[in-house]
Ligand binder design. Structure first.
Ligand code: GLV
Length: 339
């Protein structure tokens, strides 16, 4: 007697190389097509790979837009291994009943650590002076060699006061005795402002008063070039600017000009317009710290992000409640509509 066919399991695409244990975990639930060679799929390749897939495990490098969604009618869940999700067209996902999920919380403190480290590196000219040393140019002590600006006691300005912004505010206020000012779409409640010792100001005041300005706001058409030449012109010539948010929030060409002309003292960037390409002018100005989008990159945090993305995918496709839905309206009582 032939046995009945095994119930078919949903197929999912893991679009980039991730921890093998996480892929193995997904294999316990799904037919998994993974990408251990870590190829970068362009739109056409992504569409080909998504054929017949119910789920996609993505990272910030995959753009899931209306075209990809239209060409992938079997897709029900996109689990993004990132807290940001500007690579996903959420309105188009929602319109098609595709659930999008992200990985908040698990990277907050790690990213805040890194934002603070970048800000300190810009203020104290750490990479600029290291390059000088590596070039063999250090032949004497000098009273004004690589003098920067203090972090302790200075005014920390934060644009975007979500979880990561609050983490940076806590470090500044409670660890370094900084005066913290912030601007955000929504003002925090008074109790939280009190705990963070943070004062809400308008954007122009933030730009004018900050000694160290840190950007932590999500990217959207509204935040595109939130810092351009007009905003840079409002900053102190001694100020630093740190971006751990998203490329495109800063006009990188305008920033390179401002740095070259010393209209601000220095900058530190982990994210870039059009990354992994970097504006060539940023590569030739000395007073900028450049890192390749690694703010969340500790082993523990990247693992936690991958596990959370897997939790989201597994729950969404097995009738559970995904822990971090971005468009929860797609969930009807915790169960995705059948296809
Ligand atoms: C990293 O940039 C993230 O959004 O998680």
């Amino acid at each position: 007697m032939s046995s009945p066919p095994a119930p078919s399991r949903p197929a999912v695409l893991v679009a980039r190389a991730v921890f093998p244990e996480v892929v193995e975990r997904l294999r316990r639930h799904f037919e998994v097509e993974d990408n251990p060679a870590d190829e970068i799929f362009d739109k056409a390749a992504l569409i080909t790979r998504l054929a017949g897939k119910a789920g996609a495990f993505t990272t910030g490098s995959e753009r899931i837009d209306a075209d990809v969604l239209a060409a992938s009618p079997s897709l029900r869940v996109v689990a993004n291994m990132a807290v940001g999700y500007n690579n996903l067209d959420i309105a188009a996902c929602t319109a098609r009943g595709v659930l999008a999920t992200n990985t908040p919380d698990v990277l907050t403190e790690t990213t805040a650590d890194f934002g603070f480290a970048l800000m300190m590196a810009a203020a104290r000219r750490i990479t600029e002076s290291e390059h000088f040393l590596r070039r063999g140019e250090w032949d004497r002590w000098a009273y004004d060699m690589f003098t920067g600006s203090d972090v302790h006691g200075a005014t920390l300005g934060i644009l975007g006061m979500g979880r990561i912004g609050q983490g940076i505010a806590r470090r500044g206020a409670h660890g370094f005795g900084m005066k913290v000012i912030y601007h955000n779409r929504n003002r925090l409640d008074a109790e939280l402002e009190g705990r963070l010792a943070a004062r809400y100001v308008d954007k122009a005041t933030l730009l004018a008063e900050a000694d160290h300005l840190v950007l932590v706001l999500p990217y959207s058409p509204q935040s595109h070039h939130a810092i351009g030449s007009a905003e840079l012109a409002l900053m102190k010539p001694t100020a630093t600017l740190t971006n751990v948010a998203r490329g495109g929030i800063v006009d990188d060409a305008a920033l390179a000009d401002a740095l070259r002309e010393r209209r601000i003292a220095s900058a530190a960037l982990d994210v870039f317009e059009g990354e992994p390409k970097v504006h060539p002018d940023l590569l030739t100005v000395p007073n900028v710290v450049l890192t390749p989008h690694i703010a969340s990159a500790t082993v523990a945090t990247r693992r936690a992000m991958a596990e959370l993305a897997a939790d989201n995918l597994i729950a969404a496709l097995t009738g559970g409640r995904p822990p971090a839905p971005v468009n929860p309206q797609v969930l009807l009582g915790g169960v995705l509509p059948p296809r």
